[in-house]
Design a protein around this ligand. Structure first.
Ligand SMILES: Nc1ncnc2c1ncn2[C@@H]1O[C@H](COP(=O)(O)OP(=O)(O)OP(=O)(O)O)[C@@H](O)[C@H]1O
Length: 315
């Protein structure tokens, strides 16, 4: 792979606030055309990473290249190649949706059609409404529209769908798939793991300022963490067992107890795997996170069911 295939390159990135290390040696590359998710609990360092790459924050150490440029020295021409949706919306103005987008479109050499973008984010009926009169979720859609209007080569999306209703999220996913088809490189942070699984080619998990895993979304976590789970109800008690060969496990189960109630075979979701990774990363994830609590719940369920097929009488 040549350096021109790489949209973002981060090596040993650090960011300190006094003695506190918000980022502690993070390294990853994002290829051109790739959608890459940065996942992690609150305070993990995701926004710090994104803001350094956008040129909004200086790093304390390490190297960063964004579209071949050090973001600390990126000029206007470089900025025009980026699309940015910040975590919190700055848009609450007195202008209408259409006016705001038309103004932004004028900043870019090859902007998209304002009407197309308004339609893509589902704001046709609000195009003539002043932004200050929109709901929170509608304003967030304006943020996304402003991020994509300039036809960016690289789009940063920091928790883009916070406040979206389910229909708007699906519509947003469609927009991202369209941008992917056009070859846009996307760096996404989100706490919605289904969103990350749906949209990303690869993901990195950060906790406590350190990168704890990176890879294609289907390959994150240990091989053991990705083993399918067979669940059923037996004598009113919920049971589950992990099995490399769920078909054989179910056949054994049917032989043993007949047709099992509430039988399901599930592959651990990205959320299951993420929760395990974050829990394993320990207290470095800056406080007791909901992830740790949820991971403990999973452990408890596993304990109820027993930990091996032998203990469940399936062997
Ligand atoms: N200006 C600052 N001064 C001191 N500490 C800061 C500053 N900005 C961020 N931090 C700290 O750096 C850490 C990383 O923050 P960051 O915003 O990158 O987390 P995040 O992963 O984006 O979290 P969230 O999911 O809540 O958005 C946090 O502990 C935060 O309190």
């Amino acid at each position: 792979m040549t350096s021109t295939d790489i949209a973002v390159s981060v090596q040993n990135l650090t960011k300190s606030y006094g003695a506190f290390a918000a980022l502690d040696g993070v390294t990853f590359d994002i290829e051109r055309g790739e959608t890459f998710a940065l996942l992690g609990p609150n305070g993990a360092g995701k926004s710090t990473t994104i803001e350094i790459l956008e040129g909004y924050r200086d790093r304390s150490g390490g190297e960063a290249r964004v579209l071949g440029v050090d973001p600390q020295h990126g000029g206007l021409e470089w900025k025009a190649r980026l699309g940015i949706v910040l975590q919190s919306s700055g848009e609450s103005g007195n202008v209408t949706v259409r006016e705001q987008l038309t103004q932004f479109a004028g900043f870019y050499p090859n902007a998209r059609s304002v009407n197309d973008v308004i339609a893509a984010v589902g704001l046709e009926e609000k195009a003539g409404t002043r932004i200050k009169n929109l709901s929170g979720g509608q304003r967030r859609r304006v943020d996304v529209a402003l991020g994509v209007i300039g036809r960016p080569e690289l789009l940063f999306l920091d928790e883009p769908t916070t406040g979206f209703d389910p229909e708007a999220r699906r519509q947003f996913w469609e927009l991202i798939h369209e941008l992917k088809r056009e070859g846009t490189t996307i760096l996404l942070t989100t706490h919605y793991l289904d969103e990350a699984a749906q949209l990303s080619d690869r993901a990195a998990v950060v906790a406590g300022g350190k990168l704890i895993d990176i890879g294609p979304v289907g390959s994150l976590g240990s091989a053991e963490a990705r083993v399918p789970i067979v669940r059923w109800l037996e004598n009113g008690v919920s049971r589950e067992v992990r099995s490399h060969d769920p078909g054989a496990t179910v056949a054994d189960l049917v032989r043993r107890i007949g047709e099992p109630q509430n039988l399901e075979v599930v592959r651990p979701s990205l959320e299951d795997i993420y929760l395990g990774l974050v829990a394993d990363s320990g207290p470095a994830s800056h406080g007791e996170s909901s992830a740790r609590v949820a991971a403990n719940t999973l452990t408890t369920e596993a304990a109820i069911a027993g930990t091996s097929s032998k203990e469940n009488g399936l062997a």
